[in-house]
Design a protein around this ligand. Structure first.
Ligand SMILES: *Cc1c(COP(=O)(O)O)cnc(C)c1O
Length: 448
């Protein structure tokens, strides 16, 4: 056999923008406007960085999820998940659209009451409710979703001592085919714990079993998981009807619908992989309608959707602080938005666009925030045009969790504005000042 000629291996530099084996590289288009308003002008008026919320997008999202469920099922109710974004202005938009409040702490409960929501339109979730909070919620007619046996006994004690009745549901966790399982909240379905809790509630005359609840996780990318969960809750509901001749008023499927953000490192964009509201609605409503529950006894479906209703209504605009080259030659761009205010950059590859056209070379860039911390990375790697110091950019889909999980750290937090349907802008949370930060501090006498 003839000896084959040695061929020297070669390394070819792939030029960005040209087709690769994955197709044509995406050029980053400028995004000069949000809701028809110039981002550069908003920054000039309200400072940088700047959170921008769109009221129209929130209302549109509520309308879409309502339609998806109401055409498939007779009774449907949304409850706004406060921890996803509890700015009063945001909550009030959702309440105006008919959403109840879903809260997970006494603090959130009081915030919902301050927003004018009566107790009987509040769903009280969370694993850490205190005796005082339980008593208040029970006396105001809220739906208390019991998380564990110790809470069940605490509530029974509170109701007995204060002669109160409580409207309750239990939170159920279960195997829905997603691993690791979310089994630290609520009572387990498979091992019989949930059925045990139901029997104890039915045996207590102070506790009124109104519904069943599950929250299977967050950013759930498969509608099938909801179908499994709704089937298991419907089974419990028909077992309750059979044994106690008691029909529950609602099945609460929690939150967890994915937004169109792209998870960090995901190969496909969230815009292509996220199920629609119709797919989620199909999965949930078909499971309940096809269960053993009689048609005239069908429970209301409650949803506590957070992320999928607010994420794409939020943006953060900001300014380039500096550019530099890392030791390996990569370009690094430093911006005035850090992970302290954009917490979700730990798990999303947030979309980021310049606000102006750029002609320079699009190349691999790492985007850092302004904090003195190595972990302050907004995007570890993306193809990005060269932005000069002082130029602006806008990061999309930042509406969920950032305004609740953000931290005051090293810098103060910026203005948040809301763009209303008439494209008027309103500050809904003022930028913090040094005085705000020290307002709760006290200096001991000997240090004055
Ligand atoms: C966080 C949470 C929600 C909202 O979840 P999303 O993933 O934002 O839709 C709903 N219900 C409960 C109990 C929660 O803890």
């Amino acid at each position: 056999m003839e000896k084959r000629v040695f061929e020297r291996p070669t390394i070819t530099k792939l030029s960005p923008g040209l087709p690769s084996k994955h197709g044509v590289g995406t050029a980053i288009a400028p995004m000069p406007f949000v809701e028809g308003l110039k981002v550069d002008e908003l920054i000039e008026k309200y400072g940088s960085p700047l959170f921008i919320l769109s009221e129209s997008v929130m209302r549109k999202n509520v309308e879409d999820v309502n339609r998806a469920f109401k055409v498939r099922y007779p009774k449907f109710q949304l409850a706004w998940s406060y921890k996803t974004n509890y700015l009063d202005a945001v909550c009030r938009v959702f309440h105006q659209e008919g959403s109840w409040a879903e809260v997970v702490s006494g603090f959130e409960y009081d915030k919902a009451r301050r927003n004018g929501i009566p107790g009987e339109h509040i769903i009280f979730n969370g694993p850490g409710k205190k005796a005082k909070e339980l008593a208040k919620a029970a006396s105001e007619g809220a739906y208390i979703h019991i998380d564990h046996f110790d809470e069940l006994y605490l509530l029974a004690d509170v109701c007995q001592k204060q002669n109160l009745e409580a409207r309750v549901a239990i939170r159920v966790n279960m195997d829905v085919g997603i691993y690791p399982k979310w089994d630290r909240f609520g009572f387990n379905y498979e091992n019989g714990e949930a059925w045990d809790a139901i029997n104890r509630i039915m045996a207590n005359p102070k506790l009124k079993l109104m519904g069943l609840h599950t929250h299977i996780g967050t950013y759930i990318m498969t509608a099938d998981a909801y179908k499994i969960a709704a089937t298991k809750l419907s089974d419990l509901a028909s077992n309750i009807a059979h044994k106690f001749n008691h029909n529950i008023a609602y099945i609460d499927m929690g939150g967890g619908f994915a937004s169109r953000n792209t998870l960090r490192g995901a190969y496909l964009s969230g815009e292509d992989t996220t199920p629609s509201f119709d797919e989620y609605a199909d999965a949930i409503t078909s499971a309940i309608i096809n269960s053993q529950i009689k048609p005239d006894k069908l429970p209301t479906i409650i949803l506590e959707t957070g992320r999928a209703l607010i994420d794409d209504a939020g943006h953060i605009a900001g300014t380039v602080i500096a550019n530099k080259r890392l030791s390996d030659g990569r370009r690094a761009t430093i911006i005035d938005v850090g992970v302290n205010m954009l917490f979700t950059s730990f798990w999303y590859d947030h979309k980021i666009n310049p606000t102006q056209n750029h002609s320079g070379l699009v190349e691999e860039t790492i985007i850092y925030g302004p904090l003195c911390m190595n972990i302050d990375v907004i995007r570890p790697s993306l193809m990005f045009p060269p932005l000069k110091v002082g130029e602006h950019f806008i990061i999309s889909r930042t509406g969920a969790y950032n305004n609740t999980q953000w931290m005051q750290f090293i810098t103060t937090r910026p203005n948040i504005i809301l763009i209303d349907k008439n494209r008027e802008t309103h500050i809904v949370r003022k930028a913090e000042t040094l005085d705000d930060i020290v307002a709760n501090e006290e200096i001991p006498e000997h240090l004055k």
